[in-house]
Design a protein around this ligand. Sequence first.
Ligand SMILES: [Zn+2]
Length: 92
Amino acid sequence: MTVAPFRKRQEARQTMECECGGSMKKEEKVVRWIGNDGQTYVIHNVPTYQCDEPDCDEEYEPGKISMMLSAIADLMEEGRLPDTVDFRRFKQ
Ligand SMILES: [Zn+2]
């Protein structure tokens, strides 16, 4: 009896259910910003989850992705990475 809720929770984590009842689909987006130096920085293929309901624009970025994103952004602004990078390059 204790196995069922545990399994259900694991499934929910993989499919990512939105608060509206829709499901969150994995989607890769482009992150673009302008640094303090006026330079435009671009990171391609950043994985996020987006709700597939047309009326809902809920978006979820896993914590691990956010952490990597800010670390990469720092390195780019410090000039230790190019101004344009592909996020897939940094995935394990
Ligand atoms: Zn939704």
